[in-house]
Design a protein. Structure first.
Length: 395
């Protein structure tokens, strides 16, 4: 770095080590069903958001390969400069129909979608209020927007209403932001109450459906469908990288909002478009979601089997309302000791520590997919039983 002293950076890394917060990437060599290969060993994979197993679906792979052969490895440019490919247009139209919205806009990632949506809709003179445990992309977007930013205690609709009651008249525009299913706790937002509050106080509502799209609701449309809430006027953000098995983000909502984002969202305008092959894969995945509801049924069977087994072991679960089932573990050191012991026992389940979760709330975040077999889950429960006795995380 041009002769600069790197010692302060080394000290930062040493401090992360001391606090048990230093991270590293683990190389995955192969994926098959509900298992992955790491360092030549096959492990039960409890870390994926591939809830419906669609990353490995033959039709999804074939759709990506066909688009890859036709359009090339990448889009080559931003959509407003280099043009839009048919898979982009087809996927946006299909997502809008699926989400029962007027229109839809694709982004290159879910993170970029949240950044683009929020910074385009609110700014100075506006107020944005979000759940304390919202995803980092939502928090970063709220801060970058320039709007006044307030948080309310997790899933506490009463405190949200108090904040609005005190402040609504001070601002031109108010945006409420929540995840539908929270990515680290796995619980659901109290959406019926939040929707009512948004309407009562003339506030916009953005629901991050990243972890609920394809999973919740009779047709897999997400947490709004799960609660039977009309989507009219609600901004629905989602990703293509969880249940839809590809990569990318989107906003489904009123046509005027989508048109505004197309012209104002910097994370859409100033970046290369999503590769057409990724859009084609997600489009085919969306068709599979509609045509193969049995995948969602198997997923929920696995959720019930896994959460019940953990509770029988005496593990303290943060939540078991979704395929994300975190096991509370206490200190950072104990969490990583448990994760390593599970790895040695044949289970890949990561330890989650601050700042991803609040201080003092480290956990092992397990996530289920429709690809896990009964044998996978029984073997993983056996490993948890052995490890819990060794590391003493059970009650």
């Amino acid at each position: 770095m041009m002769g600069q002293d790197l010692t302060p950076l080394l000290r930062e890394l040493d401090e992360l080590d001391r606090q048990g917060l230093r991270r590293s990437c683990r190389r995955v060599e192969a994926v098959e069903g509900g298992r992955i290969q790491v360092d030549g060993r096959w492990l039960i994979y409890l870390a994926s958001n591939n809830y419906l197993g669609l990353t490995q679906h033959a039709r999804v792979i074939a759709a990506a390969q066909e688009a890859l052969a036709r359009y090339g490895a990448g889009a080559g440019s931003a959509r407003l400069i280099g043009g839009t490919f048919p898979p982009h247009e087809e996927l946006e139209a299909e997502l809008a129909r699926f989400k029962q919205a007027e229109d839809c806009l694709l982004f290159s990632t879910g993170y970029m979608a949240n950044i683009g949506i929020i910074t385009s809709l609110v700014g100075q003179g506006d107020l944005v209020i979000g759940d304390r445990l919202n995803h980092a992309s939502l928090i970063d977007a709220c801060r970058l927007s320039g709007a006044a930013f307030r948080v309310y205690p997790h899933a506490d609709a009463n405190r949200l209403e108090e904040a609005l009651h005190q402040r609504r008249n001070q601002y031109r525009r108010v945006l409420l932001v929540t995840e539908g299913v929270f990515s680290m706790d796995g619980d659901l937002a109290p959406l019926p109450a939040i929707v009512e509050i948004a309407r009562r106080y003339d506030a916009w509502l953005l629901v991050d459906e990243a972890h609920s799209t394809g999973v919740f609701g009779p047709a897999g449309r997400g947490s709004l469908e799960h609660f039977g809430i009309s989507t009219e006027g609600i901004l629905q953000m989602g990703t293509l990288s969880k249940a839809l098995g590809s990569v990318g983000g989107f906003l489904a909502g009123p046509k005027v909002v989508v048109e505004l984002l197309r012209n104002k969202a910097r994370s859409f305008i100033y970046t290369t478009a999503l590769p057409p092959s990724c859009a084609a894969a997600a489009l085919e995945a969306l068709r599979v979601v509609k045509e193969e509801p049995g995948r969602r049924e198997r997923l929920w069977e696995n959720v019930r089997r896994w959460s019940s087994g953990l509770m029988q072991l005496g593990c303290e679960l943060v939540s078991h309302a979704s395929p994300i089932i975190p096991v509370r573990t206490g200190s950072n050191g104990r969490t990583m000791e448990l994760a390593q012991a599970l790895l040695e026992a044949g289970v890949y389940a990561p330890g989650i520590r601050p700042p991803t979760v609040p201080e003092g709330s480290a956990r092992i975040r397990t996530s289920l997919t429709s690809l896990h077999t009964e044998g996978d889950l029984d073997a993983a429960l056996g490993a948890f039983r052995q490890v819990c006795e060794r590391v003493a995380v059970s009650r």
